[in-house]
Design a protein around this ligand. Sequence first.
Ligand SMILES: [Zn+2]
Length: 189
Amino acid sequence: MTTSLIENSFAITTHLLKKDLKKARQKTPINGYLNIFHNNKPSIADYLIEYDGENTYLVINFAEKSQKILLSEHQLTFGTRTYLNCACGHRTNSLYLNKGIFACKKCHNLHYQSTSINRNTLHGKFLYQQNQILKIINMRESMNRIFYKSRYSKPFVRWLDLCGKAGLIKEVEDAQALITAINNYRQQV
Ligand SMILES: [Zn+2]
C-alpha cells in the first residue's frame, strides 16, 4: 500500500467550516464554496447542507462529482461541536482529499511527514526543521485573526512561540514591534 503525506493533502476541516457548521446546527440553509487543491491544481468546490430527517449532511460538489458527508453534533462542556464523519464511521475534525474522495487519514493511509523522519541524523534534523517551518506557515494561514481586544490572540501567541523555537526570529521580532506600536498608539488616543 502506498502512503501519502498529510502535509500534501488538502483537507476540509471543522475549523474551515466553523461558521457554516454553526448555521447547520440552527438548520439554516447554506451555500458555500471552498478553494481546494485537487489533482495538484487549485479548483473550487461548492457545498451545501442537506437535512434528511434526523440526519444532516454536508454535500460537496467538485469536478462533476458529489460527496455526502454525515455531520454529527456533540455536546461539550463549552458548547455544541459538529464533527465530520468518514464513510468508515470515524468521527473527525478533518477529512482529506485523495484520489477524488474525502476520507479520514486512516482510510487514505496518510502519515505526518515528521513522524517518518529520523531526527538523529543531520539530514533528518534539517528535514524536521523544514517541516516544522512548513507547519508554522500553514498554521499562520489558517488563523482567522491575530488580534483579540487589541492584544494578540492566544493562537497567534502560540504560533509566535513555535516561531521562536523553530528559529524564525524575524517573525517574533516583527510581532513584538507591531504590538509595541499598537500599545503606543493606544496610549496616545
Ligand atoms: Zn475513514
